[in-house]
Design a protein around this ligand. Structure first.
Ligand SMILES: CC(C)(COP(=O)(O)OP(=O)(O)OC[C@H]1O[C@@H](n2cnc3c(N)ncnc32)[C@H](O)[C@@H]1OP(=O)(O)O)[C@@H](O)C(=O)NCCC(=O)NCCS
Length: 185
């Protein structure tokens, strides 16, 4: 995928565009990462929680993950989302297939928006653009999940065509709501 190939208008009138991880985005990415770390919040998707201080190595890890996975894991693609001013505001991690854990409670797509940029329609745009990518990966039925009570994420999923399927209770008692998004291909 080319950098910035898709962009979707968000309700605020601003646009965010998908950029693939690349060394040239170091400054924008570090600002995004530093803000999320400083917030003390759990980081979603999980790849954003990895230490990017050796930035070329971090980018290499992300790009290699698209091609090969260690035993028991699946290949995955990470995308960053940039606003018109060049700030990275969110990220998505797209799993190319579901293993048992992902089928139960992880889903195909994890996404997050950095705290200072929320409530602008960005998550809806991120999921919409990620769905174009799952389509290209040949994934017809896309599983997307959120924790029960995560209203922003649930509205993002339903706003992108998600149909509620079931709830799954994780070993720690956390209840995950599972939605399928069916794509015409
Ligand atoms: C959940 C999250 C992705 C939402 O991002 P966002 O950019 O603020 O979401 P949007 O502005 O696109 O809003 C999407 C919908 O959710 C609603 N919404 C967003 N945050 C909300 C909140 N805190 N409470 C209630 N509704 C909320 C919006 O009103 C909108 O609903 P509508 O289109 O039906 O009016 C963001 O809060 C986040 O990154 N949280 C931490 C990580 C996370 O939970 N990721 C999802 C993993 S499943």
């Amino acid at each position: 995928m080319e950098n910035g190939q898709e962009s979707v208008t968000v309700p605020t009138g601003g646009r965010i565009r998908l950029v693939m991880p690349a060394a040239e985005h170091r400054e924008a990415y570090m600002a995004f990462y530093d803000e999320w770390i400083a917030s003390g919040e759990d980081i979603v998707p999980w790849v954003v929680g990895k230490d990017p201080s050796d930035f070329p190595a971090y980018v290499r890890f992300l790009r290699e993950a698209e091609q090969a996975a260690p035993e028991g894991l699946v290949t995955h693609t990470t995308c960053w989302f940039m606003d018109e001013a060049g700030a990275i505001v969110g990220a998505a991690n797209i799993r190319h297939e579901l293993n048992r854990k992902l089928a139960e409670s992880g889903g195909h797509i994890g996404y997050g928006v950095v705290p200072s940029r929320r409530r602008r329609g960005y998550a809806k745009s991120i999921l919409a653009q990620s769905l174009l990518l799952t389509e290209r990966l040949g994934i017809r039925d896309v599983l997307v999940v959120c924790d029960r009570g995560n209203t922003g994420s649930e509205r993002t999923i339903v706003g992108n065509g998600g149909q509620f399927h079931s709830e799954f209770t994780e070993a720690n008692g956390n209840v995950v709501r599972r939605f399928w998004i069916h794509r015409d291909m």
